[in-house]
Design a protein around this ligand. Structure first.
Ligand code: THU
Length: 128
């Protein structure tokens, strides 16, 4: 049983560390790995705007660096927007590390938890 509330809480906490001097748009993410561990990330921007990294990819990078390869679920939160779903690039990165039993993407709007599978958000994602 996936605890959506805990994952969203950790995503919210991570969003507080977002480095967003350019967009002012803060995002936090929390990955639940197949090993049961959780990994958080926030977005961090750069004066060369295109180098900015999304919260989702930051959290996934931390998971991978810890040896995790399978994402059971990922929660995403922005204090600046309800239902902050992952951008197209992050959907593809989530897809790369999807779990055999389906990867769950969790967002929130007005206190309501919204749940999708990565296949819903990225039909026919690219694989090699
Ligand atoms: N951003 C994320 O971190 N995740 C998303 O799902 C959408 C966009 C970041 C990138 C940039 O730092 C800021 O939000 C505005 O696009």
């Amino acid at each position: 049983m996936i605890d959506y509330e805990i994952l969203l809480k950790k995503a919210k906490e991570a969003a507080e560390n977002a480095y967003t001097p350019y967009s002012k748009f803060k995002v936090g993410a929390c990955v639940l790995g197949a090993n049961g561990n959780m990994y958080t990330g926030c977005n961090f921007e750069n004066a060369s705007y295109g180098l900015s990294i999304c919260a989702e990819r930051n959290a996934i990078g931390t998971a991978v660096a810890s040896g995790e390869r399978r994402i059971i679920a990922i929660a995403i939160y922005s204090p600046n927007m309800g239902n902050c779903t992952p951008c197209g690039a992050c959907r593809q990165v989530i897809y790369e590390f999807r779990s055999d039993n389906g990867t769950i993407v969790i967002t929130e709007e007005n206190g309501n938890i919204i749940v999708h599978t990565i296949e819903e958000l990225l039909p026919e994602g690219f694989i090699l």
